[in-house]
Design a protein around this ligand. Structure first.
Ligand SMILES: [Zn+2]
Length: 409
């Protein structure tokens, strides 16, 4: 099964906008109610050991944990008597509960934060097999027929399985989840291998000696946002000028996100070019962004970049794997000696054992590549070419043809 997401801007009519806005409000209430229910369960079970249980314990009768299934069943029941819930789209509400369930699962498995109450819902999902594109119109259950800007064609043979309607500062968008029924084998390790190290002075470095600087283009926009936010503080909340400024800030944020995404895609394609295997460090970006890399990594969205890179790899028949990140900056890539901890300003790796000298980030990237290659050898993954050739000359690859040719081949 091949799944892709295509993004389009839609041009809804006045009535359609009303429908979208109404469903966003309904979904927001569903989210907040379901979250409150789960929160109550958590709180009812947590009483500090050193506190008096009469004062600190929640006094609620014991109830079962409200998981997705019970919440979904309760919603169906509540809809029978509640007109407000009845007015919303059933699918959209159900999917909102699913999203909340996923947020709780991510919290447990990926160490993400406790889900929050929403002041504003920005999107909802619809699942159906009745989606259809006719010309420049999208047919779907809730909105019937909505005009959209067909910035690119949906590839032949794909079926639309899911539609996400997203509200942004610049208007309304749809994310179409499309699916093709084919066998997709993930790329095998083959060809030239590179390791990537997330640098300190540079954005990243590869074992081939390429270092990528932090792009400057975001700085100017961020400075503008800061300036507008300072202005916003002097305005009366809710006034016309306040709202106008707020909208300008939201638009700037959107531009920043778009530019960043664009940059990530270009960079990922550049890295995949002529390469058969890419190895990166296995970094927990959630924990990372709370640490000393806070500002840089948030500006850059490195976690997002790694996800993009993994996606582009799958589209260009490039093998992608994460490797253990410990001590990458302390081991000599030439002889394997532990050279000890480097201070932050220390830019160069110098090995006292073998005399190997290299840029610090590039040396770390070389370690990442070595680990990746060792790992594929251990896993006994089928190799297209001998490992000795892997470190040699780059392989000429077919260009990525709309992402499809590489993935199906
Ligand atoms: Zn050495």
């Amino acid at each position: 099964m091949l799944n892709l997401t295509y993004n389009y801007k839609i041009i809804p009519t006045k009535e359609q906008i009303e429908k979208i806005e109404h469903n966003l409000i309904v979904c927001k209430s569903v989210w907040n109610f379901a979250l409150a229910e789960r929160k109550l369960w958590y709180n009812s079970r947590s009483c500090p050991v050193n506190a008096c249980s009469i004062k600190s314990e929640y006094v609620v009768p014991p109830f079962e944990y409200p998981n997705y299934h019970t919440q979904s069943a309760n919603l169906t029941q509540a809809k029978k008597t509640n007109d407000f819930l009845k007015s919303g789209n059933a699918q959209a509400m159900q999917q909102t509960l699913r999203k909340l369930d996923r947020a709780f699962n991510d919290m447990k498995s990926k160490g993400k934060g406790f889900p929050r109450f929403k002041k504003q819902m920005k999107s909802f999902n619809l699942i159906s097999n009745k989606f259809e594109v006719v010309g420049n119109k999208l047919r779907m259950p809730l909105l019937k027929e909505v005009r959209f800007i067909k910035s690119r064609d949906i590839p032949e043979g794909f079926k639309i399985k899911q539609v996400q309607i997203v509200k942004k500062a610049s208007g309304y968008y749809v994310n179409l989840g499309i699916e093709l029924d084919v066998d997709v084998s993930s790329p095998h390790p083959h060809g030239h291998a590179i390791g990537i190290d997330v640098g300190i002075s540079s954005l990243l470095a590869t074992s081939d000696g390429l270092t990528i600087k932090r792009p400057k283009f975001l700085n100017s926009v961020l400075r503008k946002i800061e300036l507008l936010q300072r202005k916003l503080r002097n305005k009366i909340k809710g006034s016309g000028k306040y709202r106008k400024l707020q909208k300008r800030i939201a638009l700037l944020y959107e531009t920043t996100a778009n530019r960043r995404k664009d940059y990530h895609f270009k960079l990922a394609h550049q890295l995949c070019d002529g390469v058969g295997m890419i190895f990166v460090e296995d970094i927990n970006f959630t924990a990372w962004s709370r640490g000393r890399f806070c500002k840089q990594s948030l500006d850059m969205g490195l976690g997002q970049f790694f996800t993009t890179l993994e996606y582009i790899c799958s589209q260009t028949d490039t093998y992608f794997a994460k490797v253990d990140k410990s001590y990458t900056s302390q081991i000599c890539p030439n002889c394997g000696t532990h050279t000890g901890k480097k201070d932050l300003p220390e830019r160069v790796h110098f090995c006292p054992e073998c005399g190997y000298t290299q840029d610090r980030d590039i040396a770390a990237a070389e370690i990442v590549r070595e680990r990746g290659l060792t790992r594929t050898r251990h896993l006994g993954l089928p190799q297209v070419r001998e490992m000795s050739a892997a470190v040699g000359a780059p392989v000429v690859k077919q260009p990525c043809n709309g992402g499809l040719a590489g993935a199906i081949a």
